[in-house]
Design a protein around this ligand. Structure first.
Ligand code: K1U
Ligand code: ZN
Length: 169
């Protein structure tokens, strides 16, 4: 198990579109295991493979208080979404320290393969539904700040670039 480096906004690799996984083999299982270790180490509730510079449709999530209910979504697809939407406060491990409101479906049904390659449909609402939509956006190369106004987004971009320069020098 390894802790993987997480790409930080505005890294252009965050905008790559992830490709479907063809087989849940040992390589994919090792990636899932590393992603779970990385998510728990970073105190996140989710992580998409895109964020660790792997451009394949793999997501891990754990929204439990006890941090003991990992969820693995391989090739996730939304098969149903509620008509109702809500603005929820979101954060992102690739945009540390920034939180803002994003409109999401209240509930979604997501079809995905699990860590054993079995197809499942997960019915989600609340934080799990929000997190699933956030992570599936990552797989499409979309970071949550792209829902914000150009003014806010540019301020965040400048702040992130300064933070990264400060951490490097
Ligand atoms: O994808 C990521 O960067 C992980 C991200 C997931 C997420 C959090 C909140 C709403 C939607 C998606 C995080 O885990 S950010 C850090 C975090 O633990 C958190 C932040 C705000 C609310 C709840 C948790
Ligand atoms: Zn994120």
């Amino acid at each position: 198990m390894a802790i993987l480096p997480i790409l930080c906004y505005p890294d252009p690799r965050l905008h790559k579109v992830a490709q479907p996984v063809h087989e849940v083999d040992g390589r994919v299982k090792a990636l899932v295991s590393d992603m779970l270790a990385t998510m728990y180490d970073a105190h996140g509730i989710g992580l998409a493979a895109t964020q660790v510079d792997v451009h394949e449709r793999v997501v891990v999530i754990d929204v439990s208080e006890e941090r003991d209910q990992p969820l693995v979504l391989i090739n996730p697809e939304i098969v149903w979404a509620s008509e109702e939407t809500h603005v929820n406060e979101e954060g992102c491990l690739s945009v540390p320290g920034i939180y803002d409101g994003v409109e999401r479906f209240d509930a979604v049904h997501v079809r995905a393969l699990d860590a054993q390659g079995q197809s499942r449909v997960i019915e989600a609402d609340g934080l799990l539904a929000v997190c699933m939509q956030h992570e599936m956006d990552h797989l499409m190369g979309k970071v949550f700040v792209e829902y914000l106004s150009p003014l806010k987004r540019n301020r965040i971009k400048t702040k992130m670039i300064k933070q990264q320069r400060g951490a490097r020098d």
